[in-house]
Design a binder for this molecule. Structure first.
Ligand code: THU
Length: 133
C-alpha cells in the first residue's frame, strides 16, 4: 500500500481545518474503489454539536462524488500517539468499508500506526439482526 499520496492529501486538508473552538486540527483522506481520493478536515461550529469531524467530511464528499466503497483511510492529527477516528466516524466509515480496509493513523510529530476498520470498530451497529422487540 503506497500511503504517501493519501498522507500528503490528508496533511494538506488538516491545514484547512476550521477549529477555532478546540484548536484540535484533523485531516483525513479516503481512497475509494473507483480510484477517487477525497480530503476532509474538521469543521467546527459555535453550536458545538454541529461540528463535523474530518473523516465524515471525507467520506460524505466521496459519496456525493458517486463513490461507494472505501479502499483506504488516512487520519492525521497532531497528537502522539495519533488520534483514532471517534465512534461516530467509525460507524459512518464502516457503513462504506469492509473490516479489512486499512487505516493509517498519522501524527504530524512523526508517529504512525497502521490498523483496519475492523480492528478499530469490531461491532458496528446492525439492525438486520433479529431483536427481541
Ligand atoms: N475530530 C475529528 O475531526 N475526528 C475525530 O475522529 C474526532 C474528533 C475533531 C472534532 C473537533 O473539531 C475536534 O476534533 C475536537 O474534538
Amino acid at each position: 500500500m503506497d500511503w504517501e499520496p493519501l498522507v500528503e492529501i490528508a496533511t494538506a486538508a488538516r491545514e484547512r481545518a476550521y477549529a477555532p473552538f478546540s484548536s484540535f486540527r484533523v485531516g483525513s483522506a479516503v481512497a475509494m474503489d473507483d480510484g477517487s481520493i477525497h480530503p476532509g478536515c474538521n469543521v467546527e461550529n459555535r453550536s458545538f454539536g454541529a461540528t463535523i469531524c474530518a473523516e465524515r467530511v471525507a467520506v460524505t464528499a466521496a459519496v456525493a462524488h458517486g463513490a461507494r466503497r472505501l479502499r483506504a483511510v488516512v487520519v492525521v492529527s497532531g497528537t502522539v500517539p495519533p488520534a483514532p477516528p471517534c465512534g461516530l466516524c467509525l460507524e459512518v466509515l464502516t457503513e462504506f468499508g469492509d473490516p479489512e480496509v486499512p487505516v493509517l493513523l498519522v501524527s504530524t510529530e512523526g508517529a504512525r500506526q497502521e490498523t483496519t476498520l475492523g480492528e478499530l470498530h469490531p461491532h458496528p451497529f446492525d439492525f438486520s439482526k433479529p431483536g427481541t422487540g
